[in-house]
Design a protein around this ligand. Structure first.
Ligand code: 1YM
Length: 640
């Protein structure tokens, strides 16, 4: 039974101070207090369940979005320890939810591999919630504790019920505090779904159920016995694999685990994602470098040994072997060091060699045991090498032509007068009808306008030489200034904001997706560094009397109408295109720095976008048609 503990002793005061620190500076713990930070709370709680799964005690996790936008996470692990913690004099449960740095210290043994806030996650979530309750099933008892007002325990941990002896687990329900999350406290099903699905892929055999109990009820189960191989299968679903097997390689050395799944498809794009302890390493790092180095070396060795690559032929490059490659790399490391601008690059030097040796051994064996598939892969790489050499020639041509064509080129581009890239913006505008008002409505000092004709070439379906041959794309490349591929040089970027401005309809969304595909495939650092934006033209025009009001979406429309005096007569028009606005309207609603809304395109959404791109842009028509039908209303926010 619980030891009676007097209230408000030193440790209680410490608790208050700890939680208060989190509430004062939430950004330090969860990054932002916007939608991202809100969802981060869920990741922190799920992380504890995932750790329990990685420790081998939990197979089932359930995440429920409750009707009041509180979240419940349940697992069937051992349950958080319910005894008294010696150091704090509090129950371990209370300690975990109220103390910073309670993680490893109290857990004893084992290491956290799931990332996150290294064990302080639970207390951070508690501090940022209006209320949070924990139920633990252990020793045939149901233990319960509830916290309110940013993490203060209402009562000590108590037994509220009995349960069967073999039932164990932890259930946490929390309601994010609207005083902290001022922007929104509404959870987005798709955001939760994507990460939960990813976690299920990365942890094979773990079942995660996601349930939306709000108005539009939904329930999905994610369980992948094939782990990351099934992830590769999903990514290649709308592509055409060129060989039969999804190649799966795994191994362990010095307590570092590496798992790789890959398959080549007939496209030219690479989909390579790497993870360390379930965290997406967007910026790559030593695990990725080791695998890539081994991939190139083993393919070259095999091709030479089998005389497919002759003595005089130059070796295949890293770029040649990644064309049409879908690959997932998952590394589990007891002590990862994250580097890079967004701390998503693995820095541990020892991992490079380990990843290289595990991958090369497994991959070489696959090639030897599967000569037919090996041949298909090598041929694909050889074709890529030939195309690379052709593209180099084409690029040289573009460069030379570029110089000659400058006058034509810049004839189309209406440039801004400033040469300071940090304040310069370029609007890539669909169609000539919108380009006119955009040119008149712009701030000519800082805003450049580049009109493009309707739909640009789909880069998903074309190879680099063809892409470079396309006039619209060349004008975009030239205007941006950085060059692409091997020659990409961000210091030559001419505008720090590159803004797509397309109609608020399906066609507009399609064109924006084409543009984003181009950026994603060939200018990825521009997305990573936050230079790509989408303008948000208004969707509705409301007129009443002599007043005209433009609004961005249904919500704003409804709010505006509700704010009008009773019996006001008004008219609502759904805006079809940018061309419907005159230059003043376009400036006010979409372009002017003080009154517009821009959405920054985020690389973390790129994986979702990658899938979307493939559906929208890939070879097959049927999934595309279905997708557009299903998402006709949502399409506006699909790729952002
Ligand atoms: C819905 C959230 O928190 N599950 C969970 C948490 C813990 C354990 C099991 C656990 C861990 C250990 C030993 C250990 C945690 N325990 C602690 C601490 N689900 C959820 N399931 N026994 C149980 O790490 O050794 C922190 S989290 F510190 F108390 F051990």
């Amino acid at each position: 039974m619980e030891k009676e503990i007097k209230h408000y002793d030193d440790s209680d005061i410490q608790v208050l101070e700890g939680l208060e620190a989190i509430r004062k500076r939430p950004g330090m713990y969860i990054g932002t207090t916007g939608s991202r930070g809100l969802h981060h709370l869920v990741w922190e709680i799920i992380d504890n369940s995932i750790d329990e799964a990685l420790a081998g005690y939990c197979d089932d996790i359930e995440v429920i979005i409750n009707p009041d936008n509180s979240i419940t996470v349940k697992d069937d692990g051992r349950g958080i320890p319910t005894g008294i913690n010696e150091k704090t004099g509090l129950s371990t449960v209370e300690t975990v939810f109220t103390k910073l740095h309670a993680g490893g210290k109290f857990g004893g043994g084992g290491y956290k591999v799931s990332g996150g806030l290294h064990g302080v996650g639970a207390s951070v979530v508690n501090a940022l919630s209006s209320w949070l309750k924990v139920k633990i099933y252990q020793n045939g008892n149901v233990y319960y504790i509830r916290f309110e007002n940013g993490g203060l325990p209402v009562k000590k941990l108590e037994i509220i019920d009995k349960c069967s002896l073999d039932r164990t687990g932890t259930t946490v329900t929390f309601k994010p505090d609207p005083k902290i999350f001022e922007e929104t406290t509404v959870f987005d099903y798709e955001i939760l779904r994507n990460r939960i699905r990813e976690l299920a892929f990365l942890n094979k055999g773990l079942r995660i159920i996601l349930c939306d109990d709000r108005a539009e009820k939904k329930k999905e189960e994610f369980l992948y016995h094939g782990g990351i191989s099934e992830y590769v299968k999903l990514i290649n679903k709308n592509k055409t694999p060129i060989h039969e097997d999804i190649i799966h390689i795994s191994g362990e050395e010095d307590n570092i685990f590496l798992e790789v799944a890959l398959q080549y498809n007939s496209s030219y794009a690479t989909s390579l994602y790497s993870f360390v302890n379930n965290i997406n390493t967007y910026e790559g790092g030593t695990h990725e470098e080791g695998v890539r180095r081994a991939l190139t070396r083993i393919i070259n060795n095999y091709a030479r040994k089998n005389n497919i690559l002759k003595e005089k032929d130059e070796s295949l490059t890293g770029d040649d072997v990644k064309e049409g490659l879908t690959m997932i790399i998952s590394c589990k490391h007891p002590n990862p060091q994250f580097e890079g601008q967004t701390k998503t690059k693995l820095g541990n030097q020892e991992v490079r060699k380990i990843a290289d040796s595990i991958f090369s051994e497994g991959f070489e064996r696959f090639l030897l045991e599967n000569p037919n598939q090996a041949r298909i892969i090598i041929d694909k790489c050889l074709t890529a090498a030939r195309a690379r050499i052709a593209a180099k020639k084409a690029r040289e041509l573009t460069r030379r032509k570029g110089a000659l064509e400058l006058t034509n080129q810049w004839g189309k581009l209406t440039d801004c007068s400033s040469r300071d890239a940090s304040i310069s913006e370029i609007f890539i505008v669909e169609g000539d009808s919108a380009a006119g008002p955009a040119k008149q409505g712009r701030d000519s000092k800082t805003q450049a306008i580049l009109p493009i004709k309707g739909k640009i070439l789909n880069v998903e379906k074309a190879r680099l030489d063809k892409i470079l041959g396309n006039e619209e794309i060349r004008s975009i490349i030239t205007a941006i200034g950085t060059g692409i591929g091997e020659e990409f040089d961000i210091s030559k970027l001419r505008y720090h904001k590159i803004i797509t401005m397309t109609d608020a309809d399906i066609d507009g969304a399609h064109i924006r997706t084409l543009l984003l595909t181009l950026f994603y495939r060939y200018f990825r650092p521009l997305i990573e560094k936050g230079h790509i934006y989408a303008a948000q033209p208004p969707l509705f025009k409301i007129t009443h009397g002599k007043t005209t009001k433009y609004v961005l979406n249904e919500k704003e429309r409804n709010e505006y109408i509700a704010s009008l005096p009773e019996n006001t007569k008004y008219e609502i028009v759904r805006m079809k295109g940018l061309g419907e606005m005159d230059s003043i309207e376009l400036r006010e609603t979409t372009m002017h720095i003080d009154t517009r809304t821009l959405v920054k395109i985020n690389i973390e959404d790129a994986m979702v976008a990658d899938e979307t791109f493939q559906i929208l842009m890939g070879e097959e028509v049927e999934p595309r048609r279905k997708f557009i039908e299903e998402n006709a209303l949502k399409v506006k926010n699909l790729d952002i």
